[in-house]
Write a protein that binds this ligand. Structure first.
Ligand code: ASP
Length: 347
């Protein structure tokens, strides 16, 4: 009798282990399978970023800014801080840096305003916060975190979000704080292209869309194995009608879950929303058992690329493996893991 039960248990456990639907935790994939003590990745946007249209001064400025951002996040993680704090503080720095399309340095809407979107997600609780279309909040990612921690909601937009920011003591600024000459000129070019197009009917003017996206994002794994992701942006130049992109949409521009990975995206937001990009990375890793290299490469270089969705993403998995694929000419990006760090711009 006992031996029959034993045989049955053996057969069942063999069947279960052979059909593990998630694949996560198995040792059959590429990539590291023991957990790093921390891991951090950042992006400062993807797009037509080539050596040819970059000056040495500009390249040095971006490299230095990315490096400082990495240092901020890495120091928090090295000192035992949480992934959530690392993500928030790193993005705050990038929002305050006028080089990036987030916070100060955000792109302009059709009407000449800066409307900011941001989100953050805590992989340990699946709690998330997001804000869309705010115009006076200095650090939208801080507001996103406040929405997550101090409201019963996930996403707040426009005037209500501003009111919530004021009630919760977030720093408010005059909208002129976000102005930079370069972004203003990009809007003027886009508006001129639009005028030309309305006369000629040719909708393919390259100046119509600003192909330098420039959103910022950060993903992190901390010493306790918790993951977090955040994204912040001014959206796309010449956007209209209170358009929201993927950055504030949980599952599109941002996603984190401790059981698999944390993801932050940048690129043509409409595509990232339609393809639920950030959540799709989690889904492929979880249901198909793909590594984040496999999952993100398929989504960015096949699914998005074949359908005209320009951009890229950063992802870190629960072991601290990092993937940073993009299908545009360049992506401002960097990562830091114990004993190794790197900042990159071009392909
Ligand atoms: N994804 C952002 C948006 O569509 C733009 C960007 O990544 O720069 O709003």
């Amino acid at each position: 009798m006992n031996s029959r039960i034993f045989t049955l248990v053996l057969i069942i456990s063999t069947l279960v282990s052979c059909s593990n639907p998630s694949g996560i935790g198995e040792d059959t994939h590429q990539g590291k399978r023991s957990r790093r003590t921390y891991s951090l990745a950042i992006h400062g946007g993807a797009g037509t970023i080539t050596k040819a249209n970059m000056t040495p001064e500009k390249e040095a400025a971006y490299t230095a800014a990315l490096d400082t951002a990495l240092t901020i996040g890495e120091n928090i993680l090295k000192n035992g801080g949480t992934a959530l704090d690392a993500v928030e503080q790193t993005i705050v720095y990038m929002e305050n840096c006028p080089l990036f399309n987030a916070g100060r340095g955000a792109v302009f809407t059709h009407e000449g305003r800066n409307e900011l979107d941001a989100s953050i997600m805590d992989g340990s609780s699946l709690k998330a916060g997001a804000v869309g279309g705010v115009t006076t909040v200095k650090n939208p990612v801080r507001l996103a975190r406040a929405v997550m921690e101090k409201s019963p909601h996930v996403m707040l937009t426009g005037r209500g979000a501003e009111q919530f920011a004021a009630e919760n003591g977030l720093e408010l600024v005059d909208p002129s704080w976000f102005y930079t000459k370069e972004r203003w000129q990009s809007l003027q070019k886009a508006l001129e292209a639009e005028k030309r197009e309305s006369k000629t009917g040719d909708m393919t003017d390259p100046a119509r869309r600003d192909h330098k996206f420039g959103t910022v994002g950060c993903v992190a794994l901390d010493k306790d194995g918790h993951l977090a992701a955040g994204t912040s942006t001014g959206g796309m130049t010449n956007k209209r009608w209170n358009r929201l992109g993927d950055a504030p949409v949980i599952g599109a521009g941002t996603y984190a879950s401790d059981d698999a990975c944390a993801v932050s995206c940048t690129g043509h937001g409409e595509y990232f929303i339609r393809y639920s990009v950030a959540h799709d990375v989690w889904a492929r890793a979880t249901y198909l058992g793909e590594t984040i290299e496999q999952a993100t490469d398929f989504i960015v270089n096949k699914k998005l690329a074949e359908n005209g969705g320009e951009g890229g993403l950063i992802a870190v998995d629960r072991y601290g493996n990092v993937a940073m694929p993009f299908n545009s000419e360049g992506m401002y990006r960097g990562y830091a893991i114990p004993g190794e760090r790197k900042v990159m711009i071009y392909r």
